[in-house]
Design a protein around this ligand. Structure first.
Ligand SMILES: [Zn+2]
Length: 466
């Protein structure tokens, strides 16, 4: 279980749009085989799907209900339970096939009250959010001198000098994959030298005093110390004070704790295939979110667009030869139990999962798919052909790599997977913050994402020789 948790957390950290660009070694471009699929007969259908998506506000209305009437959805919360019950009822109303919840036990972390203040040489409340899965502090808090470092090398150089202190990582954002290491591993790295707590500059390029939460990952070998994110402004202030030798002192209070695991579910609905119903094209995103904001971009939009793609196909009377299955995974953010449970529950069917698409990069203008770098060249060649159906909305890219946290477990079992890629240059401005709210989503971008998801899913599920 411990092992699964760690795997889950690692996957959580890579659940981002820049997944592809963080890989330092670009794949060597090899010539692809000619496609074995012919898309000509799909042009008219793709046109119908795109047109229908662009004149419908159904997905946006549904996302508005999810975000405004249910709200954020952390694993174990009542909100997530309500969201799951709502989705099951609505999918049945949509007339999807085989609608069901597949039970998953999820971690139940609760934040509680929390605060961070500068307590010396003067007093100031700092904008903060505890990191997900962190332990709490004693009721009176932890008060200690801050030691501010710009990277792990500076921490290692200080070594035992941080014993009894609070380590502050003031690490500027470069890319998510590199910068998030401090959020995920900073606490245990500091604990190794006897630090009492860790404070991490929020993983974002932009800040309006906004702290960003996200999961941390404790090293089983080290003492678990509490950790929280501070805004860029707060981290820079502490850096300046520290550099001037002012010996800033911090008081961190966190009530964070784990309750017993809670019952949750992956929500599943299908459009059964007309000829090969056992062959499955899987689409989806994660239904849980952090316990701040509304989980609109992360990942309300992702689940709604996948769900809407299937509903729209049904409304248009388009039933592909293979089954399209939509999955709203639970517990991506702080455990990945949903993605792992899906793999375990469907292990004997994975050989017939012919493709999987995950949307978890925010709901922005779609650019195409990020196809797993390990995908067979023939699949890449065929997918490039299918993508031409989306040239009219500029969503015809097939990036060199991609995937997703929730489909990661089945991809490791051999299922070919891809991410829905979007223009995500502002995703990290609001990622895991109180500002991840519906107003940040452009309804037209959501329509375009639905169109992209539906055209890919339908064509892959229907075409010969994929
Ligand atoms: Zn996400």
């Amino acid at each position: 279980m411990r092992h699964l948790q760690i795997l889950g957390l690692i996957s959580t950290l890579i659940c981002v749009p820049l997944f592809a660009s963080q890989n330092p070694t670009p794949p060597t471009p090899a010539p692809l085989p000619p496609p074995t699929v012919s898309v000509d007969k799909y042009r008219a259908t793709a046109g119908r799907i795109i047109g229908a998506a662009l004149v419908s506000n159904h997905a946006y209305s549904r996302l508005a209900y999810l975000t405004d009437n249910i709200g954020h959805r952390l694993s174990g919360s009542k909100n997530l339970e309500r969201a799951i019950a709502w989705a099951l009822a609505e999918m049945k109303r949509d007339g999807l096939d085989n609608v069901r919840g597949e039970k998953v036990m999820v971690p139940h972390w609760v934040r509680g009250e929390e605060s961070l203040e500068l307590s010396g040489p003067h007093s100031l409340k700092l904008s903060m959010l505890g990191l997900g899965n962190s332990v709490g502090t004693p009721a009176e808090g932890i008060t200690a001198e801050a030691v501010v470092v710009r990277n792990f090398a500076e921490l290692d150089a200080l070594g035992e000098k941080v014993r009894g202190k609070i380590v502050v990582y003031n690490v500027p954002f470069t890319n998510y994959g590199a910068t998030v290491q401090y959020r995920s591993n900073g606490a245990s790295r500091a604990a190794r030298y006897g630090a009492l707590a860790a404070i991490v500059r929020s993983v974002t390029p932009i800040s309006l005093q906004s702290p960003h939460t996200g999961a941390l990952n404790y090293d089983a070998e080290q003492t678990k110390i509490p950790a929280a994110a501070v805004s860029i402004e707060g981290a820079e202030l502490l850096q300046r004070m520290y550099d001037r030798g002012e010996r800033p002192t911090l008081r961190l209070k966190m009530e964070a704790k784990f309750l017993p695991d809670a019952e949750s579910a992956n929500v599943i609905g299908e459009l059964r295939g007309s000829e090969k119903p056992d062959e499955v094209v899987l689409i989806g995103g994660h239904f849980d979110s952090w316990d701040v904001g509304q989980g609109a971009h992360d990942d309300g939009g992702g689940v709604i667009m996948a769900w809407e793609a299937v509903r729209l196909l049904k409304e248009l009377g388009l039933r592909p030869r293979r089954t399209i299955r939509v999955v709203l995974y639970t517990n991506e953010e702080n455990g990945l139990r949903g993605g792992n449970a899906y793999r375990d529950a469907h292990r004997d069917q994975l050989a017939k999962h012919i493709f999987a698409i995950e949307s978890d990069s925010g709901t922005y203008r779609p650019e195409g798919l990020g196809l797993a770098a390990t995908a067979p060249p023939q699949v890449r060649s065929n997918l490039r052909e299918i993508a031409k159906l989306l040239t009219g909305i500029a969503a015809d890219g097939i990036a060199a790599s991609g995937g997703g946290a929730d489909i990661g477990p089945i991809m490791r079992e051999g299922v070919v997977g891809a991410s829905l890629d979007v223009e995500g240059s502002h995703y990290f401005d609001i990622h895991h913050t109180a500002s991840d709210t519906l107003d940040k989503i452009d309804p037209r971008d959501l329509q375009l994402c639905v169109a992209t998801m539906a055209v890919f899913a339908y064509t892959i599920a229907d075409i010969n020789n994929f």
